[in-house]
Design a protein around this ligand. Structure first.
Ligand code: F6P
Length: 547
C-alpha cells in the first residue's frame, strides 16, 4: 500500500495546515457566533465541544476525506464483523459483543453471544450470593472485602469504574493490587479479615510476574491465618484465558471464569474482569455500564463520519499529532471520580498505538500515539498548567466534566466547573499585551512596573482543547465515555495502518527482568551484561546485603 503521507489528501492537509497556522482562535470565535454549534455534538448524554481547536470546516472535511481514503468505514465493518483485525495474533477484537449480549456476534465466524450470556448469568448469580451474604467465607461469615489482583488491562478497567461509580457501591469493599512492589498488597491486606476476604486473581495469560507474585503472597497470607488448603476454593477466584495454569496454581476449576482470546486485556473490563464491579455495585449497575458502551458502539457503527463522535475525536487527535507536530496530549478530568482516567487512557492509547511498524511490517514515517498524561483539575492547575499556558510547546487537552455534582458538597461543584470552563477559555483566548497592561493598571501597578512585568503576563493563547461534558456520572455515561475512547484509538490505528490490538513492545523488558532476577539474587551471568546494568546490580546487591 502507498505511504499514507504521499496521498493527495495528506498533502492537502499539510498545505491546509500552513494556512490554518496563521489563524487566531479568538478571532474565529469573534467572527462566527455559531462556531460552538458548528463544532460540537451530543451523544449518549455526552456533549463534545471541539470548537476550541485550530480548525475550520475545511480542516474537518479534509480529515474526514483522509479517514475515508484510509478505508475507515470498511475497517469499522471488519471490526464489528469479528474479522481477525489483530492479525499478528490472528484474533478478532470483539469487545463490543460483551456489551450487547442479546445481539448475534461472531468472532472469526464462530458465534460468541451464547457464552457471553452464560458468563454474565454466572457473574450475576455469584454477585448476588456474595452481596446478599448467602456466600460464606471459611469462618461462616459473609464476605466483607474483595482483593482484586491483576495488572494493566486486568486492573485499570475495574479500578476506574469502581472509583467513578463509588456512589453506586453498596457491596463488599474492593481493594486493588497490581504492582509487584509489596506495598500495595500490604496496604490492601491491612484492611482485611482473611475469613471474610475474597481474592479475584485476574490474568489473561496467568503468567504475569506481578499478578502471580501477589497471588502467591495472598495465598500464603490466607493460609497463615490458620485456614486450610481446602478452603482456598471458597476464597480465591480466577478470571483467565489460561484455565490450566490457574488450576495448577491451586484454584478450583469451578471458581474460574473465562477471558476469551477475542477480547484484548485493555478492552476487557466488560467481561468477567468486571466481576468486582458487580460485587460492589450489583449486576444491574454492571449491565447499565455495558448498555452505555453498547449505545456508543451503535453510534460509532451507524453514524456518518461527519457526526460520529469517536471519529471526530480521533481525527482531531491525528491533526495535532501529524500536522501540528504535537507529541503529547493531556487528559484532565474535573472530578476526582475520574482520577484514574488518565492512567486508563495511557494504557488504552499508548499500548494500542504506540507503534512504529505498520500492519505490513514496514516502518511508518509519521508520528503515532502521543504521550498521554494528566491529572484531575483543579489539582493539575496548581502543577503543570503553567506549562500548558505559557510553555513553548502547546499541548492539546481533553477536559472532562460532569454537570451534576458527584458529591454532597453541592456548593463546590460550580466552583469546580467554573475552573474547567475558564481553563479551556484561557488556553484559547490567551491574554494580549494590551489586556495584560489594562489588568495591571486596574490592579494599581505603576507604569514602570507594568512594562517590567509585561512579558511575563502575556499569554499566547490559540492553544487547542476539547471539552467532554457529561450530564451525569452514571454507569451508562461511563460506559459510553470509555467506549468513545476505545473507538477513537481504533480509528487512529486505521489511518496510521497499525494493529491496535497487539503489544509486542512490552515483551523485551519482561524477558530481561526474568533473566536479571538470578543476577540480582545470586550474581549469575553479570559478566554478560553491559557495564551500566552490571554496575547498578552490583551496587544493588551490596546495599541490599547491608539492609
Ligand atoms: O503490559 C502487557 C500486558 O500484556 C497488557 O496488555 C495486559 O493488560 C497486562 O500485561 C496483563 O496481562 P495479563 O492479563 O495476561 O496478566
Amino acid at each position: 500500500m502507498a505511504d499514507v503521507k504521499q496521498t493527495s489528501t495528506w498533502l492537502s492537509l499539510l498545505s491546509h495546515r500552513r494556512l490554518v497556522g496563521g489563524l487566531v482562535l479568538r478571532e474565529l470565535f469573534d467572527k462566527d457566533p455559531h462556531r460552538f454549534r458548528r463544532f460540537s455534538l451530543e451523544q449518549e448524554g455526552i456533549l463534545f465541544d471541539y470548537s476550541k481547536n485550530l480548525i475550520t470546516e475545511d480542516t474537518v472535511r479534509l480529515l474526514l476525506d483522509l479517514a475515508r481514503e484510509a478505508g475507515l468505514e470498511d475497517w469499522r465493518a471488519r471490526l464489528f464483523s469479528g474479522e481477525p483485525v489483530n492479525h499478528t495474533e490472528r484474533r478478532a477484537a470483539l469487545h463490543m459483543a460483551l456489551r450487547a449480549p442479546d445481539q448475534d456476534w461472531k468472532a472469526q465466524g464462530e458465534s460468541v453471544s451464547e457464552q457471553v450470556r452464560t458468563i454474565l448469568a454466572r457473574m450475576e448469580r455469584f454477585a448476588e450470593e456474595v452481596r446478599s451474604g448467602a456466600y460464606r467465607g471459611c469462618g461462616g461469615e459473609s464476605i466483607s472485602d474483595v482483593v482484586h489482583i491483576g495488572i494493566g488491562g486486568s486492573d485499570l478497567g475495574p479500578r476506574l469504574v469502581l472509583e467513578a461509580l463509588a456512589s453506586f457501591a453498596d457491596g463488599p469493599q474492593v481493594h486493588f493490587v497490581s504492582n509487584v512492589d509489596g506495598v500495595e498488597l500490604e496496604r490492601a491486606l491491612a484492611h482485611c479479615d482473611p475469613r471474610r476476604t475474597l481474592f479475584t486473581i485476574v490474568s489473561k495469560s496467568f503468567g504475569t510476574l506481578e499478578t502471580l507474585s501477589n497471588a502467591e503472597a495472598a495465598r500464603a497470607w490466607f493460609l497463615d491465618s490458620g485456614a486450610g488448603e481446602a478452603e482456598i476454593g471458597r476464597h480465591f477466584i480466577a478470571i483467565t484465558a489460561n484455565t490450566e495454569r490457574a488450576v495448577k496454581f491451586g484454584i478450583d476449576a469451578e471458581q474460574i471464569l473465562p477471558m476469551w482470546d477475542w477480547v484484548g486485556g485493555r478492552y476487557s473490563v466488560w467481561s468477567a474482569v468486571g466481576l468486582p464491579i458487580a460485587l460492589a455495585c450489583g449486576m444491574e449497575n454492571f449491565r447499565r455500564l455495558l448498555a452505555g458502551a453498547a449505545a456508543m458502539d451503535a453510534h460509532f457503527r451507524d453514524a456518518p463520519l461527519e457526526t460520529n463522535m469517536p471519529v471526530l475525536l480521533a481525527m482531531l487527535g491525528l491533526w495535532h499529532i501529524d500536522f501540528m507536530g504535537i507529541g503529547a496530549h493531556a487528559v484532565v478530568p474535573y472530578t476526582e471520580r475520574l482520577a484514574t482516567l488518565p492512567h486508563y487512557l495511557q494504557q488504552l492509547e499508548m499500548e494500542s498505538n504506540g507503534k512504529s511498524v505498520d500492519r505490513d511490517g514496514n516502518s511508518v514515517s509519521y508520528p503515532t500515539a502521543p504521550v498521554i498524561w494528566g491529572q484531575t483539575g483543579t489539582v493539575g492547575q496548581h502543577a503543570f498548567f503553567q506549562a500548558l499556558h505559557q510553555g513553548p510547546q502547546p499541548v492539546p487537552v481533553d477536559f472532562i466534566g460532569v454537570a451534576s455534582p458527584t458529591t454532597r458538597f453541592d456548593d463546590h461543584h460550580d466552583k469546580l466547573m467554573a475552573n474547567l470552563f475558564a481553563q479551556a477559555e484561557a488556553l484559547m483566548r490567551g491574554q494580549s499585551a494590551d489586556e495584560a497592561r489594562a489588568l495591571m493598571a486596574r490592579q494599581g501597578l505603576k507604569a514602570g512596573e507594568i512594562e517590567r512585568l509585561l512579558p511575563f503576563r502575556v499569554f499566547p493563547g490559540n492553544r487547542p482543547s476539547n471539552v467532554l461534558l457529561l450530564d451525569r456520572l452514571t454507569p451508562e455515561r461511563l460506559g459510553a465515555l470509555i467506549a468513545l475512547y476505545e473507538h477513537k484509538v481504533f480509528c487512529q490505528s486505521v489511518i496510521w495502518r497499525l494493529n491496535a490490538f497487539d503489544q509486542w513492545g512490552v515483551e523485551l523488558g519482561k524477558q530481561l527482568a526474568d533473566s536479571l532476577l538470578p543476577a540480582l539474587r545470586e550474581g549469575d551471568g553479570l559478566d554478560q551484561r553491559d557495564s551500566s546494568t552490571r554496575g547498578l546490580v552490583e551496587h544493588y546487591r551490596a546495599w541490599r546485603s547491608q539492609s
